[in-house]
Design a protein around this ligand. Structure first.
Ligand code: GDP
Length: 175
């Protein structure tokens, strides 16, 4: 059982991904249990334990304003105590914003990060991704790099396997 944080710019497909992964298994809808630091998006119970998906409000990339700095620190602290961070980007749209957020995550948190390259269905050729991945992966210490299509459900099973590898063994947290 463990916690998985989902982070990424608006519109990269985080909600679509969470709906795809949780599907009918979204067992908590109206009254979501809250932890101090996270908003729980949903829990998936599998034979490997419970996968608790949370979001991290206030993870802004703009560190210029004092308020944002404060919120960035809170956000960084909140991702420090999850077991895995899913950093979701659009396959071919790697922005400076993404870069800034990723730097913050890796400076301030020790959690392993999986780079999720979403909207892979938009690519004419999957090899379009390779140069970008090869450029990025060595600079950052990713636990895995997984191209997916949240909308079409492509490769999300592989993503879930990568997540499972990083989950600690343990008893159920919610029942
Ligand atoms: P969020 O703001 O990160 O939660 O993003 P959403 O899940 O709301 O998705 C933003 C838009 O991207 C929506 O129009 C989705 O249908 C679209 N989208 C999400 N995943 C994919 C994908 O894998 N492929 C394509 N082509 N579009 C996607």
């Amino acid at each position: 059982s463990g916690y998985i944080a989902i982070i990424g710019r608006p519109n990269v497909g985080k909600s679509t991904l969470i709906n795809r992964i949780l599907g009918q298994k979204l067992c908590i809808t109206s009254r979501r249990p809250q932890t101090t630091r996270h908003r729980i998006l949903g829990i998936k119970t599998t034979d490997k334990g419970q996968f608790i998906y949370v979001d991290t409000p206030g993870m802004h990339s703009d560190g210029k304003k004092a308020m944002n700095r404060y919120m960035n620190r809170a956000a960084a602290a909140s991702i420090d105590d999850v077991d895995v961070v899913l950093f979701v980007v659009e396959g071919l749209k790697w922005t400076e914003d993404d870069q800034r957020v990723l730097k913050r995550i890796q400076q301030d948190a020790r959690s392993p990060v999986i780079l999720v390259l979403n909207k892979a269905d938009k690519l004419s050729d999957k090899s379009d991704l390779l140069p970008q991945i090869q450029e990025l992966a060595p600079q950052y210490d990713f636990a895995a790099v997984v191209p997916i299509s949240a909308r079409k459900g492509m490769n999300t099973d592989v993503l879930e396997q990568e997540i499972a590898k990083l989950m600690p063994e343990g008893e159920m947290i919610f029942d």
